[in-house]
Design a protein around this ligand. Structure first.
Ligand code: GSH
Length: 213
């Protein structure tokens, strides 16, 4: 069987999450950095989103589905628990992040800094200022969640943690979210602890620069 092929750009948070699964489980993989809506991606994802995956003749899209496949198909530590409550909490946090938190923190806040669309190529201050209160609320929510057991889904490392770490890594580099994380004691400690994992270190994308507003 050929190596797993992960298709998607390294800076993508969702692409990094599935790469982290490969790294955690020591799954040999090749990264093909095709952008969203490229021919490679459109051939596998009906809406052209990254990452997508190919393993031999098996093609798959959607990061959580890819993580589930990798976790079940390969030996090594389990990243998606099977104990009912632990499994459900993992699923809950992946869903909360992917269906709500990603929209606020990544699509609205971070992408406004990383791909600024304001006048003179500067970030759109109005959009950022409007979303900052929600950014702070969601960082506070994550802080309270990890304060309980040290991880998002209870007291051990799961795919829920992998799924959120690439987002936190970006948030730390931008002004309002960086200050909010610094003030969130449990979340800061969580990030420091988990960012030491080789899976996180080995998948670090090039660091984006904030443009002056
Ligand atoms: N639900 C998808 C979301 C993936 C996603 O939104 N990826 C972003 C890059 S991080 C993307 O492809 N954006 C392009 C677009 O939405 O058109 C997953 O979990 O894989």
């Amino acid at each position: 069987m050929p190596n797993v092929e992960i298709i998607g750009p390294a800076p993508s948070t969702y692409t990094r999450a599935v790469r982290m699964v490969c790294e955690e489980k020591s799954i040999p993989y090749d990264l093909k950095q095709s952008p969203p809506h490229s021919t490679d991606v459109d051939a596998i994802h009906p809406f052209g989103k990254v990452p997508v995956m190919r393993h031999g003749d098996f093609e798959l899209c959607e990061s959580k589905a890819i993580a589930t496949y990798l976790d079940l198909a390969f030996p090594g530590k389990k990243l998606i628990p099977t104990e009912p409550r632990h499994a459900a909490l993992t699923e809950q946090w992946v869903s909360l992040v992917n269906t709500k938190i990603d929209g606020t923190l990544v699509r609205t806040y971070l992408l406004n800094y990383i791909f600024p669309k304001g006048a003179d190529g500067s970030p759109d201050r109005k959009t950022i200022d409007a979303v900052v209160p929600v950014v702070k609320q969601e960082i506070d929510l994550l802080d309270r969640a990890v304060a309980k057991g040290g991880f998002l889904a209870g007291d051990s490392f799961t795919f829920a943690d992998i799924n959120v770490m690439p987002i936190l890594a970006y948030l730390k580099n931008f002004p309002e979210s960086g200050s909010a994380i610094a003030a969130a004691e449990s979340l800061s400690a969580y990030f420091e602890r988990l960012s030491a994992r080789p899976s996180f270190q080995n998948t670090a994308p090039p660091r984006p620069q904030a443009k002056a507003s």
